[in-house]
Design a protein around this ligand. Structure first.
Ligand SMILES: C[S@@+](CC[C@H](N)C(=O)[O-])C[C@H]1O[C@@H](n2cnc3c(N)ncnc32)[C@H](O)[C@@H]1O
Length: 217
């Protein structure tokens, strides 16, 4: 792990540092993906079961890599949330129909229960305040909505990235870590795949069972 990864700056500093870093990577992200990655992105989006008319939120959307895959399912609304102004500017140019918010996902202020599907593709390790993010996402999620946490190149790729990026990046969450993050929230982990080339976890919104002690969910 590089030196930067050993430090834990406060969340505001981490976000500012990441925004500057990703501002410089717009052209790198705005390239056609290799066929295997495209196949994985298709699998990731398929796992969400988007229905025509749904509202979909793409967290850390970058230049909108997921947008064309999401559009195939005919959602009524696609919302993008990003902290990098230049990433968001490119996304707006490419996909003017997408509602773009320059915001940290922990603070994104969409109404309660207004989103059917939330994607967090290649962004979960970047989030400094995961508990706050999960609580805010579960608040914005409609009943029976779902959160998809994914990486189209899998855990080994993220481990290599952790050695080279100039800010702390967490590993992709293990099954127990995800269960802990969902604890006390109306979320149930319904899919977990940790393949060498693809990471995919799905959490469904479900009412908390008052008879079930907290910690069993
Ligand atoms: C590795 S890129 C992935 C972009 C896109 N999801 C993709 O698959 O190409 C991670 C993105 O997440 C954004 N990001 C990082 N922390 C964020 C936060 N707290 N809220 C919203 N976006 C964030 C970064 O600015 C960056 O553009």
């Amino acid at each position: 792990m590089n030196e930067a990864n050993n430090e834990r700056p406060n969340p505001l500093l981490l976000k500012a540092k990441q925004a500057r870093y990703f501002d410089e990577l717009v052209d790198l992200f705005d390239q056609e993906q290799p066929p295997q990655i495209q196949a994985n992105l298709r699998e990731i989006v398929a796992s969400a079961g988007i229905k025509p008319g749904d509202s979909v939120l793409d967290v850390g959307a970058g230049v909108g890599v997921l947008v064309p895959f999401i559009e195939k399912y005919g959602p009524a609304r696609i919302v993008a949330c990003e902290i990098s102004p230049r990433m968001l500017e490119r996304l707006r140019e490419k996909y003017p129909r997408v509602e773009a918010h320059l915001a940290d996902i922990g603070e994104l202020d969409l109404p309660d229960s207004s989103i059917d599907v939330i994607f967090m593709n290649a962004v979960f390790p970047n989030l400094a305040e995961k508990q706050k993010v999960m609580a805010n996402c579960s608040r914005m999620l409609a009943p029976n909505g779902r959160i998809v946490i994914s990486h189209p190149e899998g855990r080994p790729f993220v481990e290599r990235l952790r050695e080279v990026v100039p800010f702390p990046l967490d590993p992709l969450p293990t099954f127990p870590k995800l269960r802990r993050l969902a604890k006390g929230l109306p979320l149930v982990l319904t899919l977990y795949q940790d393949r060498s080339d693809l990471y995919l976890a799905v959490l469904d919104k479900a009412p908390l069972d008052p008879r079930r002690p907290i910690g069993k969910r």
